[in-house]
Write a protein that binds this ligand. Structure first.
Ligand code: UD1
Length: 369
């Protein structure tokens, strides 16, 4: 029997790729998406959303829409969310409403129309700072950044010693450093608590920084690679916060989509949380330089602002051992090639660079300093 999967927020960057991956696996796919202006720019349903998808325009906070969207559904992938870490620090009510009330309404309706499994997109943001090791090899789990000192941007141990980031496993305790992180953790908790209470299976995927064709280029609160791509395409240098040496793990959106398929289909995934990343970390400066090269603008070197964005963490790199071992997830990509693919896609897009405006919004509120 053909399974039907509902993807909330399925018209977004990750959603379009998950929809395609599920359709290719033989699922029937329905998407519920409110096509928010900040992401979709008022252009309506994106062309890249597979034409085989059954599309419903509506808000995940609207019980009537959700009820209709859940009719005869076997699985749910819950992606509908506001995603900007910086913006979440001032648009507090909007982030809590969309992300947490949205998840609450979804589960309220799932009580009446349960499904087999719900997979929610959580985030590495819930860890706050990743795991660190000191010079004696001791692991530090509860690292927090204090106010910036002359010693630099990196967090230091309680005794002021040097710390280096090491891969962060799922067992690290959450440390919620932004409103966005708080809302993602609540989404995760609602899913893992309510699904089993009503005979469903819940899974949470903690995503690192997804990139690839289809990112919302004109959304100044989107991920750093899309922001840089939009700047470069408009002949502007990428604007780097801090000193640009902060490290992340950039994971291609097709790998993210494969992780969702595994999380939905693998029997072992029920009730679990998994990190989803590439397993390779890079600094923000490295990706800015590599992208400028891939886009044929190597002269547009990173502009180091020396400022910190409130809510940002310094380093977080991923341990992907659990999803590899339990679900057979693997990543086999060439980052440089992926950037060339991204550059080719960007070259065909209209990217409005709204980054200056977004920076002003944050600066006005004292959230970049
Ligand atoms: C990002 C996602 C978040 C996702 C998480 C998973 C966005 C907006 N945030 O958070 O939804 O859950 O990954 O890992 O997509 N930076 C610059 N210049 C810029 C923009 C950002 O230097 O113009 C820096 C930031 O200060 C930060 C790093 O780049 O140090 C990454 O920022 P960002 O792409 O916003 O991602 P995360 O905060 O890691």
């Amino acid at each position: 029997m053909q399974r039907t999967t509902l993807i909330t927020g399925g018209a977004g960057f990750i959603g379009c790729h998950v929809a395609k991956a599920l359709l290719d696996r033989g699922h029937r796919v329905r998407v519920l998406d409110s096509l928010i202006e900040q992401v979709h720019g008022g252009r309506g349903k994106p062309d890249r959303l597979d034409s085989r998808v059954e599309f419903i325009e509506g808000d995940v906070r609207d019980p009537v829409c959700v009820r209709q969207a859940l009719v005869q559904v076997d699985h749910v992938v819950h992606l509908a969310a506001e995603v900007g870490v910086g913006q979440s620090m001032y648009a507090v009510d909007r982030y809590v409403s969309v992300n947490d009330l949205g998840t609450a309404v979804l589960f309220q309706e799932l009580i009446d129309q349960p499904v087999k499994r719900v997979v929610v997109a959580s985030s590495m943001s819930i860890y706050g700072e990743g795991l660190y090791r000191d010079t004696d090899g001791a692991v530090h789990e509860a690292v927090m950044r204090g106010p910036r000192t002359d010693a630099g941007w990196d967090p230091v141990s309680e005794v002021g010693g040097k710390l280096v980031p090491v891969p962060t496993p799922e067992s690290k305790r959450p440390a919620l450093a932004s409103v966005y992180a708080i809302t993602k953790y609540v989404q995760e908790c609602l899913t893992l608590t309510l699904a089993p209470a009503y005979g469903m299976e819940g899974v949470a995927l903690r995503l690192w920084n997804a990139y690839g064709p289809g990112q919302a280029l004109s959304n100044p609160y989107t991920g750093v690679l899309a922001i840089f791509a939009s700047r470069l395409q408009n002949g502007e240098r990428p604007m780097v916060f801090e000193d640009g040496e902060q490290r992340r793990d950039f994971v291609h959106v097709e790998d993210v989509a494969r992780a969702f398929v595994l999380a939905l289909e693998h029997s072992k995934a029920a009730g679990q949380v998994y990190n989803v990343a590439s397993g390779q970390d890079r600094s923000v400066n490295e990706v800015a330089v590599a992208l400028a090269r891939a886009m044929g603008r190597p002269e547009l070197t990173p502009e180091i602002t020396g400022k910190t964005r409130s809510g940002d963490i310094r380093h977080n790199i991923a341990d992907i051992g659990k999803i590899q071992r339990e679900l057979g997830f693997s990543v086999n990509r060439d980052f440089e090639n992926d950037l060339v693919e991204l550059a080719q896609w960007v070259a065909l897009q209209q990217a409005e660079d709204r980054v200056q405006q977004a920076s002003r919004e944050l600066e006005m509120r004292g959230l970049v300093a």
